[in-house]
Design a protein around this ligand. Sequence first.
Ligand SMILES: [Zn+2]
Length: 304
Amino acid sequence: MHPFELTILGSSSATPASNRNPTAQLLNVDGRFFLIDCGEGTQMQLRRYKIKFQRIDHILISHLHGDHYLGLVGLLQSMHLLGREKELHLYCPKELKEIIDIQNKYSATKLTYSIIYHFTNGETSELLFEDNKLTIHTIILNHRIPCTGFIFREKPGDRKISIEKLEQYEVSIAEIHKLKKGLNGLDNHGKEISNELLTSPPPPTRSYAYCSETCYFEEIIDQIKEVDLLYHEATFLNNMLERAKMTFHSTALQAATIAKKAEVKRLLLGHFSARYPDLDGHLAEAREIFNNTLLAIEGEKISI
Ligand SMILES: [Zn+2]
């Protein structure tokens, strides 16, 4: 199967912690690179993990708190200095354009490439991206300022043809296109042959939901139901529930509760407060509710 793989570039909230950078992740879908959030230092992290900047054609920014985008201007600048010519697609709140424009204005920079903006809105989920293999929709989260998560879903692939079966049932190669799409084929005598006899199902589709910053918010459950991997912020442990509520963040226990109610396959925790030097507490607390939980650790790759 082709890759559907996440690399963690940063998993800290607000201020950087030793060994943890602010939020950024890279999703590789069959060789296409999607950068998800871009906290300060993301370009250094990309270098560190040997990910080529110029292979990134899509950048998604969840919201305009600095720990999710302060690395973006630097990265855009580096792409420019490296002579990028390819268009770059940026999915973000509309105000981010103003921030980027003003940086370029006062540094008298005319980028060597175009940025194609796709503005998100914090109120209704919408389709952000679609091609023949993948869709990306926004997830409306509940944070202090408008904030969207992102859900990536593979489209079902073609059915797999068995050449042996084609021969056995005397079905010509010209029928392949129909068969791949699930239609029945005709044999050389004009008789209809059922698709199931000639093909096998495509590999299962995969999905990833990214919930960057939110308080406990059950409204997202329907949309993220049964995803293969759910990233959910877990800024605090549950003994700081009041603080989590006040700051519109979640605890590890709350993230796990959402994962359980949404019946996801795996939960990935991140956005850890700098007050936690180690994360064993987060893992233990979440696993009490939802066993299949992982921590977002920088440099780790998670195959979906
Ligand atoms: Zn925030």
